[in-house]
Design a protein around this ligand. Structure first.
Ligand code: UD1
Length: 363
């Protein structure tokens, strides 16, 4: 039974890795991996394949960047002949990036079953491109695998038949647990001359934060204060780099002595950076989940989260972008006021095996 698996952008790679491993180990399942090429820099793509032991893609569509319409259309255009040629039993997509919805649409229109891993998450904010991708992908999927109960509840409310919904845990956490020891050997702290728990990690790349100069300026107000008290390590995403490269914001960043901007980090270095940090400030989705397992306080620089379990179990605080709120949450972290989080149900390193079992049974 051939499953055509899709990965396109950085957060897809840590989700696809354990699935490829589980499928390849399972008799009767054959995995064919397609990389859409949505992310293509070595630091954003190939490095993750190397470090996570993901087999080289069987096909690379080499699509690259573009507007949402262009990128989505190019992926569809390039993906269709592969589905026609491979005739898989199902197409499996992960997460919520443009590659997810583009390949999902192609599959269902060819009458091929669609499997969505990380289904049902909702920020209820339709200005987020990822929210549109999530809603649409879930609306056309045949089997929907959820990481947390809220995902299953959202799908049921949207009318997805319960027999298609499976709460299986979190494949991104499978990858984290598998790589924790390897990451411990990373030399990134020594390379950057950082001491355990004596620094913060910052990531920023959401269009709502980095494409809007007014929001970005507010975030820099908060950052100015924070980096005076704690060194801030900031691996800069290409989208963010572009928006800082020009204009006065870049100059403001350069003037911050406690801020260390570095290129996007590889998986193992980033895992080590997060694990040893005093606090993580981010607008990423996956990092909210990873810090939950690492038991590191996370301040989410957004007005909402599609991953409410991370706030419920205690490690994540959704603080928005108002400097007063960000700084007050930062003060609480520094005062040790964050309770140690609990582990969400089924985030135990075995989600990919559960998915493989269900696919063998249902397809
Ligand atoms: C995409 C996902 C987002 C995910 C993020 C993680 C969508 C809608 N968004 O956003 O959900 O959290 O990936 O990184 O799919 N670029 C490079 N090199 C690369 C990739 C991108 O330089 O390897 C630059 C390009 O100039 C591009 C910009 O980054 O225009 C943004 O890339 P894109 O794939 O459009 O979206 P992301 O912001 O990365």
């Amino acid at each position: 039974m051939k499953i055509l698996c899709v990965a396109g952008a950085r957060p897809n790679f840590m989700k696809i890795a354990p699935l490829m491993e589980a499928f390849r180990a399972r008799k009767g399942l054959e995995a064919f991996l397609v990389h859409t090429g949505q992310h293509y820099d070595r630091q954003m793509s190939e490095l993750f394949f190397d470090q996570l032991g993901i087999p080289a893609p069987d096909a690379n569509l080499g699509v690259g960047s573009g507007s949402h319409a262009v990128q989505t259309a190019e992926i569809m255009w390039a993906f269709e002949p592969i589905v026609l040629e491979q005739r898989p039993r199902a197409v499996l997509v992960v997460g919520d990036v443009n590659s997810t919805i583009a390949c999902g649409l192609v599959a269902v229109k060819l009458g091929v079953k669609l499997v969505h891993v990380e289904a049902g998450l909702r920020s209820f904010d339709r200005t987020m491109p990822e929210e549109i991708n999530r809603l649409l992908t879930d609306a056309i999927s045949d089997l929907l695998f959820c990481t947390e109960q809220s995902g299953a509840d959202n799908l049921k409310r949207e009318g997805v038949p319960p027999e298609r919904i499976f709460l299986v845990g979190n494949v991104m956490i499978d990858t984290l647990l598998r790589n924790r020891e390897k990451a411990a050997a990373s030399t990134i702290l020594a390379d950057l001359k950082l001491a355990e728990r004596q620094y913060a990690v910052l990531t920023l790349h959401r269009p709502s934060n980095v494409d809007d100069p007014a929001v970005l300026a507010r975030l820099l107000d908060a950052l100015e204060q924070i980096q005076r008290r704690l060194t801030v390590v900031f691996p800069v995403h290409p989208r963010t780099q572009k928006n800082f490269a020009t204009g006065p914001l870049g100059k403001r960043l350069e003037a911050m002595g406690g801020l260390r901007m570095i290129p996007p980090a590889g998986y193992l270095d980033f895992l080590k950076l997060m694990s040893s940090a005093a606090v993580v400030l981010t607008d990423s989705g996956g990092i909210q989940e990873e810090t939950t397992i690492l038991k590191v306080p996370c301040l989410t620089l957004r007005d909402n989260t599609e991953r409410p379990i991370t706030a419920k179990v205690g490690s994540n605080r959704v603080v928005g972008t108002d400097p007063v709120k960000v700084l007050s949450a930062f003060d609480e972290v520094m005062a040790g006021k964050f309770p140690p989080p609990q582990v969400p149900p089924l985030w135990d390193g075995h989600a990919a095996q559960r998915i493989a079992d269900i696919l063998v049974e249902k397809l």
